[in-house]
Ligand binder design. Structure first.
Ligand SMILES: Nc1ncnc2c1ncn2[C@@H]1O[C@H](COP(=O)(O)OP(=O)(O)OP(=O)(O)O)[C@@H](O)[C@H]1O
Length: 294
């Protein structure tokens, strides 16, 4: 397991912002942490990155407790923070070559470090901007550079905190391709936080939903939809009159409709509950105090 968390607790004063959080992430998995504002996502990943000290619990990242991570351990982990505005006068390629040089002492025959600057620039789609100053990049280009900075040491585990906030749809899609490429070609394990449910659905093998400092769901997007979604919505017309019905058994309901009304049924539409529906249903349930975790 690349990440192994058991009974993690974070307390500020008398308030627990993480309360008995446990989960694991396997090698090569992409896991998304979802949850409302203030749920504890950033706190969780900052503890795993070794940037915050936890109050209690057991945490292992690449087999090491991040609170005691050595430089060598840090070289195996890549971090893309929520906002990182620095090095404006550096040029893209020059910055990556410079930051990469810090990783050279941690290179091994099995795992050469750093990533060659030209290859990395190409991998994140910034070849045309390689000699441009960082401050002149667009927001989307800047975020790709952030990923390149996180990846320059060829990390085995990459943390991405809200990586596509503020992206246009095309930049978001390109970014997703970039992350998929890192996973597919380099076996990188990725843990990301996001508020974008479509992003979680397309990128993540697994989604962890955090609410009020607790994990309230853990599974694939399809699992979550199956377990927590509201009912499907069925729409149809008979004799020109429109009908709408919510039901958890839309296929059986449609069969019944045809049995009763035969060929008079027209304009039949079945809308399955989306990940957004299931996410909202489960956050509402968690906030009303019902136990939802399986
Ligand atoms: N240094 C701190 N001192 C006290 N409370 C803090 C501190 N840092 C975070 N918190 C509190 O911990 C809780 C979790 O914050 P965190 O930033 O982890 O949430 P998040 O899920 O990442 O939220 P967002 O989606 O808004 O980024 C919040 O209630 C926040 O106010």
């Amino acid at each position: 397991m690349v990440v192994d968390v058991e009974g993690l607790r974070m307390r500020y004063g008398s308030r627990d912002v993480l309360d008995d959080v446990s989960f694991g992430v396997d090698r090569g998995q992409v896991v998304a942490l979802l949850g409302p504002n203030g749920a504890g996502k950033t706190t969780t990943i900052e503890i795993l990155e070794g940037f915050r000290r936890r109050s209690d619990g057991r945490v292992a990242v690449l087999g090491v407790d991040p609170a005691h991570g050595t430089e060598q351990w840090r070289a195996r982990v890549g971090v893309v923070l929520q906002s990182w505005r620095d090095h404006g006068r550096w040029r893209v390629r020059e910055l990556l070559a410079h930051l990469g040089s810090y990783y050279a002492p941690y290179s091994t025959p099995d795992h050469p470090r750093p990533w060659d600057a030209d290859e990395l620039v190409a991998a994140v789609g910034l070849t045309d901007q390689a000699n441009q100053e960082v401050r002149r990049l667009s927001g989307g280009q800047r975020r790709r550079l952030d990923v390149a900075v996180g990846a320059v040491g060829r990390p085995e585990l990459l943390f991405l905190d809200e990586p596509t906030a503020g992206f246009d749809p095309e930049a978001r899609r390109e970014f997703h391709d970039l992350v998929r490429g890192l996973v597919r070609e380099h076996g990188t394990t990725v843990l990301l936080t996001t508020h974008d449910l479509a992003e979680a659905e397309t990128l993540a093998d697994r989604i962890l939903v955090l609410d009020g400092g607790r994990i309230v769901a853990d599974g694939t997007a399809a699992d979550l939809a199956h377990r927590f979604a509201g009912d499907d919505e069925v729409r149809w017309t008979v004799g020109g009159e429109r009908f709408v019905r919510s039901t958890p058994h839309s296929t059986a309901f449609a069969r019944e409709l045809f049995l009763v009304h035969g060929e008079d049924v027209a304009d039949l539409e079945i809308r399955r509950a989306s990940l957004e529906d299931s996410y909202l249903a489960l956050v509402r349930r968690a906030e009303s105090g019902q136990r939802v975790a399986s």
